[in-house]
Ligand binder design. Structure first.
Ligand SMILES: NC(=O)c1ccc[n+]([C@@H]2O[C@H](COP(=O)([O-])OP(=O)(O)OC[C@H]3O[C@@H](n4cnc5c(N)ncnc54)[C@H](O)[C@@H]3O)[C@@H](O)[C@H]2O)c1
Length: 331
């Protein structure tokens, strides 16, 4: 079993590295002297997110699917660290095609973890705060019970697919796989997809910059621990470098819990937009079986104590940087 003290000169495989969070992780790893291979099928990710690395000899991009076991066998053997981020993500993508969500997130994770297991490669599996479901124990702590809704509500297929990956990792860890699970909480920042498919932050910024009303679901009192992406990837790297983290789960999220309606107002203030805030029933957008979560906030105690990780970027600062990026994209 190979554990790590530094990321410098390590060969890292980042699945889903052309996506929003994955591309920021790639930036961080390359900046710290690692070699990075990205495997991404470009279904949701974009080459543009990695364009600035294409000439770098320490970087390569492989277009392919994590469900392709032959491809993954070839890739895993050449790397010392795996960051597994590839997934179908975002409520709307999940509701549009729950079958594909289950296939990619379950089968892709199985392929990655079983290849990692063969070589006992240091691996970080990315999970989600969605797995806490409707838990009323706030903020969510890693040892809490997970409270999911019925299988007739397709949104839970994403949480179940992520939990499958967690359980597989937990089953392989005692068999020698040095694996850690990180649960992300509402990451936001530059390179969010502007279609607002997965992120309320992106949706509101685009609405504000294009003079459309900001569409808040229901009363907007739902709270989220919005986490600037630089913090998300710092926590991810910290998990890979900690020996203590093997076989453990960590929340990677901000402790600042913001109401959706306040997020909308802050974005209006920061953009100077004259757009109005309007309220729409979430079920009119996502269908009659949709179940929303009132508060999704991380208890960061374990990540702080064991990884030395605490989110650093205040929401105003992160939003200002994100808005600036969207403006640079022509919004
Ligand atoms: N964005 C968040 O707030 C958030 C919250 C919790 C968990 N996560 C997790 O973080 C990870 C990254 O999410 P993101 O927000 O960057 O989303 P994203 O959609 O930008 O990134 C996912 C990437 O995976 C790629 N991908 C999808 N199917 C693939 C396949 N079969 N083979 C190879 N690549 C494939 C996509 O093309 C994309 O580049 C995911 O595992 C997601 O579940 C994200």
């Amino acid at each position: 079993m190979t554990l790590l003290s530094t990321i410098e000169n390590k060969r890292c495989l980042v699945t889903g590295g052309a996506g929003f969070i994955g591309s920021h992780l790639v930036d961080r790893l390359l900046n710290q002297g690692a070699g990075v291979t990205v495997v991404d099928d470009l279904s949701l990710g974009r080459t543009a997110n990695l364009a600035h690395h294409l000439g770098n000899p320490r970087f390569s991009l492989v277009t392919g699917s994590v469900t392709d076991s032959r491809l993954l066998a070839d890739l895993v053997v050449e790397h010392q660290v795996i960051f597994h981020l590839a997934a179908v993500v975002g409520v709307k993508h999940v509701l549009d095609d729950p079958l594909n969500t289950l296939h990619v997130n379950v089968e892709g994770t199985r392929v990655v973890l079983m290849e990692a297991f063969k070589h006992q490669t240091r691996t970080v599996v990315v999970s989600s705060s969605e797995v806490y479901g409707k838990s009323r124990h706030i903020p969510f702590s890693e040892s809490d019970d997970l409270v999911l809704g019925p299988s007739s509500a397709p949104r839970w297929s994403y949480a179940v697919s992520k939990l499958y990956g967690e359980h597989l990792a937990m089953a392989l860890a005692p068999q020698g796989l040095p694996v850690t699970i990180v649960r992300y909480f509402n990451a936001y920042g530059p390179r969010l997809a502007g279609d607002g498919y997965g992120s309320v932050v992106a949706k509101f910024i685009v609405q504000a910059l294009t003079g459309q009303p900001l569409t808040v679901h229901d009363d907007g009192c739902q709270k989220r621990g919005f986490t600037y992406v630089a913090d998300t990837v710092a926590g991810t790297q910290a998990a890979a470098l900690s020996d203590r983290a093997v076989g453990r789960v960590y929340n990677i999220g901000s402790q600042e819990h913001v109401r959706i309606v306040d997020l909308a107002q802050t974005i209006l203030d920061l953009t100077g937009s004259k757009s109005k805030i309007i309220h729409v029933p979430a079920r009119s957008v996502f269908g009659p079986n949709f179940e929303d979560i009132n508060l999704r906030g991380a208890d960061g105690t374990r990540a702080s104590q064991e990884l030395g990780f605490t989110a650093q970027i205040p929401i105003h600062q992160g939003l200002a940087q994100t808005i600036s990026w969207f403006k640079d994209q022509g919004y």
